[in-house]
Structure formats: C-alpha cells, structure tokens
Design a protein around this ligand. Structure first.
Ligand code: ADP
Ligand code: F6P
Length: 471
C-alpha cells in the first residue's frame, strides 16, 4: 500500500494547539498509516519561499511551505477568505472578488502542485482538503501526475444561485473534475453540487454517484466528518477532576453554565447568539444571577477586515450585556479570546448544562459533536444546535433552532436550562450512538475506500485539459 498524502492549507501541529475542525479531524484520523501531510507552514516571508521543510513525527511526515506576503494576501486573505469563504457560507454581500486574487490563488496552487509533484511516489494516494486547494488536482494533472486524487470540502457547497455569483464559478467547478472522488459533508451539499453540474454545466448524473460534465467525469458523495467519541468521553471524564475544571466549577456556586466555543468568525452566529442571551435575561429575570454564559472565541483570520469588525462588535455587545445585567459580584457573560488544550475544553463541556452551537451556516461543526461526547451519561447537558450546521442532519435529537431567530434561540436555552433529567438522558443516548456509529475513523475509511474503488483512470493526466487562466 502506498502512502497517504494529505494536502491542506493548514497543517495541524498538535491537538493541544488547535487550528479548527479540519486539523482536529485529520490529526485524529491520521494516527494509523504511513502518511505525509503537505501544506502551508503558517509562516509569511518577505522573500520568495525557501525549500519545502520536512518534519518527521513517527509515521507522519509534515512537508511545509512558507508563503510570500503577496501570495498570502491574494491567495489566503483574498480569494480563499474574502471570496470563497463568504460565498460558500451564503454571505454574498460580504464577498469581494478581484481578478488579481483569483490569479494569485491559481498561481499558489500551481506552486504547491509543483512542490508536491516532485516528492510524490507512484503508489501514493493524494487526498486534498478544503476550499483553499480546489484547483490543486488540476494543477497536478497538468504536471502529468496520474496518482489517485481525492478531494474533500469541509465547508458547505452553496446552491447554484449562490455559487454563480462567483464570476469564475465554472473554472472552479471544472477543476473539481480533475479528481477521482469529490466528497462533501452532507447530502445537501452533494445535492447542490449535482444541481450545479446539471443546471449550469449541462452535465448529467450517472450511476453510483458519478457526475459527467466538461468532457470527463468525477465521483461525488457525502461523508459527514466525525470525532472519536470514546477518546473525547475519556478525556472529558479525566479533565473533570483537573484543577482547571475544578476552578471553573468553584466559580459557579449555584449557577448553571452555558457554553459556546468557536473560532471568532461571522459564520458562527455570535452576534445573534448574544442577542438571544440578552433577550433571555430581559424576559427571564430569574436567570440573571442563576446562569453564566462562557464564550470561548479564539481569534481567527485577524487580517481580514470583516473579522476585525466582528471582534469590535462582540466586545461592545458583551460589555453592554454585562453592564445591564451584571452585579458587583456576578457577570452573566464571561468572554475569553484564547485557545485551550482540547482536554481542557472537553472538561469545560462536561461542566456545562447547555451548549449554544448556533452558526448561521457551517459545513459540519465539530464542537457540537465534541460537546455531546463529553457529557456525563448520567447527567448530560443539552445541545442547542443551528439547523444550518451540517451536524444538525445527524444530531436531530438536539434542540434545533433557526440561528436567525433570536426569540427562538432564547426559548430553546430556557427549555434546555429547565429540562428534566429523564429528557436529557433520552436525548443524549441517540446522539451519542450516532457519533459512535460514524466516527472520524469511519469517515476516513469510507472516503478512502470509495476513492480506491473509483479506480485510477489510466493516463488520466493526458485527458485533462487546462482551463483558461487569468494573466
Ligand atoms: P471550524 O472548523 O470552523 O473552526 P469546528 O467546530 O468544526 O469549526 O471545529 C473547531 C475545532 O477547533 C474543534 O475541534 C474545537 O474543539 C477546536 N477549538 C475551537 N476553539 C478552540 C479554542 N479556543 N481552543 C482550542 N480548540 C478550539
Ligand atoms: O473548514 C474550516 C476551516 O476553514 C479549515 O479549512 C481551516 O483550517 C480552519 O477552518 C481554520 O481556519 P484558518 O486555517 O484560516 O485559520
């Protein structure tokens, strides 16, 4: 068996210095096989980047490439995070499109492809991840690479009406056809991709998930990413007796904890979430001294203006809530902008009565799954979950809310705080068993088996026509 070569913009360093859902899932999924993880080092340099850096760590070899500042601006801050991210999350009003960013995005993908092609072995299976790297497969094909290539999108795939607001939608979708298999988080994302191919590209659906268009074909399927619930549960149980968890519990005498854990991102619905908490405290004065809402929000993409605006807005909103409803000895909201070790977070989840996971749109949302797995089965907390998180398709025994409806969120939190233990247990059991049935290892095996089954198209490289590039 050849190596598994993972490619993603963000390369996970360790579970204790977490970089979002992609890194969490892959670090958990990768532990078993001889693997390479290729991507950006996280370093920005002022000169053209030096050679690829190689870091061996057991059976995992990380291959890391620095980005030159202008590439970081155009590829990461620009096209990936100011164009694709908002459009794929249905925020077309926030999207900024510029041809120069599109050109840089392609050029950086070509640079990654050249470096990767030079270290690939014939039997390697290449698995590319997320929106930063969509054209990587096509760039590899142009270089003559005919290894098995799979692609997984961690974020939503938008409906065609939304995707077509992107001026280069056709070139982008066409480049997905350079892979043997394209995976999405949910059936809804897969459906949106199929709709696009049929309606916009004049393609057709074949048997067993094959889509035919652009004179070629690709297999497509949905593979909802998971966690390792047994590991989360074990860590959470242990973490509950650590000093940090004890300090948190001791700081809450007679009060119930409501937790939120998110990257500080406008897709996470934080403004609506705090409006809901404010509404709850307005309409239910009995909660003013009876709850603490702990929001852990780690700063993310701080060079993107929309993220800076969000941070300022949250600072003001949370200050206002505490000013309105706080007492000298009690503040209803605790707001913390930093990262924690995963185990510590799991201990916090276990100490919480309610989790608010209310993104306006999210590919999956692993926090929702981690929260469930971290609960004490005898005394579980309640998950309040947005219907627009991919996780809601599987976790429908949570309290499902529309994250745009502030009153509905407030009512759900009220219901969760008051929920009898029998109902909490009755909801927890099916949620946990779903997480166990399809965990992160099943996700990985399922995708890789499907990729293997999709078979290597001989000399596929020669059939791949390059798309027209912006100068
Ligand atoms: P996204 O990929 O958009 O960031 P997810 O909810 O899918 O969202 O994944 C976030 C991951 O990052 C989870 O595994 C979560 O535990 C972790 N995480 C989020 N915030 C922090 C934090 N402040 N410290 C440590 N880990 C965090
Ligand atoms: O899929 C979610 C995701 O966008 C990952 O691709 C990414 O690594 C993570 O969020 C964190 O974002 P960033 O890499 O921009 O810090």
């Amino acid at each position: 068996m050849g190596r598994l070569v993972i490619v993603s913009n963000r390369v996970g360093s360790s579970l204790s210095a977490n970089d979002g859902g992609l890194a969490t899932a892959l670090l958990t999924a990768l532990e078993r096989r001889e693997s390479v993880w290729f991507g950006w080092s996280g370093e920005i340099v002022d000169e053209p980047p030096g050679p690829t850096r190689i870091r061996r760590d057991g059976n995992l070899t990380r291959m890391l490439v620095d980005l030159e500042r202008s590439d970081y601006d155009g590829y990461y801050l620009g096209f990936a995070n100011r164009t694709l991210w908002p459009i794929f999350h249905y925020r077309v009003n926030l999207a900024e499109y510029g041809r120069e960013h599109w050109a840089t995005y392609q050029r950086v993908n070509e640079m990654f492809a050249e470096r990767l092609a030079s270290v690939l072995k014939p039997d390697d299976v290449v698995w590319v991840h997320d929106y930063h790297m969509i054209p990587l497969g096509a760039a590899l094909r142009r270089l003559g690479v005919d290894n098995l290539l799979g692609f997984f999108l961690h974020i939503p795939f938008p409906a065609p009406e939304v995707l077509t607001t992107l001026p280069v939608h056709e070139a982008l979708v066409r480049s997905l056809f350079a892979y043997e298999l394209v995976g999405f988080q949910t059936g809804k994302d897969l459906q949106a991709f199929q709709d696009y191919v049929q309606r916009e590209a004049g393609g057709r659906a074949g048997d067993d998930g094959t889509m035919n268009a652009f004179g070629t074909s690709v297999r497509a399927g949905s593979y909802p990413i998971g966690i390792d619930p047994a590991v989360v549960a074990a860590h959470a149980a242990r973490a509950a007796s650590t000093r940090q968890a004890a300090r948190l519990r001791d700081s809450l005498p007679g009060r119930r904890l409501i937790i939120g854990v998110d990257r500080l991102d406008y897709t996470k619905g934080l403004v609506h979430r705090f409006a809901a908490l404010e509404r709850l405290l307005e309409t239910h004065p009995q909660y003013r001294r009876a709850i603490v809402a702990l929001q852990i929000a780690s700063p993310s993409r701080e060079d993107v203006p929309e993220y800076q605006q969000l941070r300022a807005e949250l600072d003001a909103r949370i200050g206002r809530i505490n000013g309105r409803f706080g007492d000298p000895d009690h503040l209803p909201v605790r707001y913390v902008n930093r990262r924690f070790r995963q185990e510590t977070l799991f201990g916090f989840y276990r100490a919480s009565r309610v989790a608010m996971v209310t993104p306006l749109r999210d590919g999956m949302n692993l926090v929702a799954k981690e929260f469930v797995a971290a609960q004490d089965p005898e005394d579980p907390g309640v998950l309040v979950l947005s219907r627009f998180a991919g996780a809601a398709r599987e976790l429908n025994d949570a309290l499902i809310v529309n994250p745009f409806d502030v009153d509905e969120i407030a009512e759900a939190v009220d219901r969760a705080l008051d929920m009898p233990i029998e109902e909490r247990r009755a909801r927890y059991a099916p949620l946990m068993s779903r997480l166990e049935q399809y965990d992160v290892h099943a996700w990985r095996e399922d995708f890789l088996n499907a990729l293997q089954r999709s078979g290597r198209a001989p000399r596929r490289a020669l059939r791949w026509e390059p798309y027209e590039r912006v100068a």
